[in-house]
Design a protein around this ligand. Structure first.
Ligand SMILES: O=C(O)CCC(=O)C(=O)O
Ligand SMILES: [Fe+2]
Length: 327
């Protein structure tokens, strides 16, 4: 396996190993997994991808999400993102699928609004337009590392509220049906997601996020907007121009992404599979109320301090004893 840098400080093209290898060989899977943990975005080129290959590859990384109600592909593993109607014509500007594409053009992280958020997503290009329709990525791990220390301390354990309605309502308040709204109530997560493999912390925010506990709504929205704007400054992003056979995989714990528009008279068809996070991916710590990295650190520090005090005390006693002997 060979890795070629793609973006500014994150993202790599993976050469010499593909989706079928990842699906069928444990060794190949482990190499790809290590690359994902480290680089956050992986590009595989010239893949002969079919739905079953994509699902088998994705399944190696964890449990697959079922597509939620209201999306094309609901109830299957395949989120079908395209602008093609059943009769082969292109859907109109006001169509639900067009509006969904527009909502995906807001910076977001997949499934942060779900009861179980996503570890990673795999997106394959099936039909691509002549130009436009790129997918752009930002590293929220690098964004976190750029924040001043005082800001990091302030935000590390903040609790953020995410709702699918928050991003959809920005595009069209009619985009979500009442049934979808009822099925997707808001969820709360810590603002940071620590990767348990390499201990790197990433900001966990984006377009579904709107509230921060203990902060007024407008203040929270302003802070989230500022953090997103900083994370996604053009010099910090990687904008992927799709070629036939391309497959991208990204770590939703450590990135944000967005789609880009393309010409209305051109077809674009993509298929996404999404892998749910499990506790071993750092999910347990993301839950409000579970011990956070800061708390764990504080406990370790206090325990170390208690040992120091005990040792110092033992030494004092020892000195006193020795002193007495010396006399
Ligand atoms: O269409 C795109 O380029 C982005 C789609 C997207 O957000 C996703 O597949 O998760
Ligand atoms: Fe997405």
């Amino acid at each position: 396996m060979e890795l070629l840098p793609l973006g500014p400080g994150f993202g790599v093209e993976v050469r010499g190993i593909g989706l079928i290898d990842g699906a069928s060989s444990d060794r190949a899977y482990r190499s790809i997994r290590a690359a994902l943990e480290e680089h956050s975005v992986l590009l595989f080129r010239e893949q002969a991808v079919a739905d079953d290959v994509q699902a088998a590859f994705s399944r190696a990384f964890g449990p697959l999400e079922l597509v939620k109600i209201g999306s094309v592909g609901a109830g299957t593993f395949y989120n079908r993102l395209h602008n093609i109607a059943a009769d082969g014509t292109l859907v109109p500007e006001t169509h639900q699928q067009t509006l969904t594409a527009r909502a995906n053009q807001l910076w977001h992280t997949d499934s942060s609004f779900k009861a179980t958020p996503a570890l990673a997503s795999v997106l394959s290009a099936r039909t691509i337009p002549d130009y436009g329709g790129e997918t752009e990525f930002a590293s929220t791990r690098l964004a976190w590392s750029r924040l001043p220390r005082a800001m990091q301390l302030r935000l590390r354990d903040a609790i953020v509220t995410h709702a699918y309605a928050n991003s959809r309502d920005q595009i069209d308040p009619g985009l979500m049906t009442p049934a979808e709204r009822a099925a997707l109530p808001p969820v709360r997560w810590r603002m940071t997601w620590r990767n348990p493999v390499n201990n790197r912390t990433a900001l966990y925010i984006a377009s579904h996020a709107y509230g921060i506990e203990g902060m007024g709504e407008s203040e929270a929205r302003a802070l989230l907007a500022e953090l997103i704007a900083d994370a996604t400054r053009p010099e910090f992003t990687y904008r992927h121009q799709w070629r036939p056979g391309d497959v991208l995989m990204w770590d939703n714990r450590a990135t944000m992404h967005r789609g880009h528009p393309w010409a209305r008279d051109q077809a674009r068809s993509m298929v996404r599979t999404t892998i749910s996070a499990v506790d071993a991916d750092g999910l347990a710590e993301l839950r409000p109320g579970s011990p956070s990295a800061t708390e764990v650190y504080r406990e370790m520090r206090d325990a170390a301090h208690a040992i120091d005090v005990a040792e110092a005390h033992a030494m004092d006693c020892g000195d006193a004893l020795r002193g007495r002997h010396r006399h």
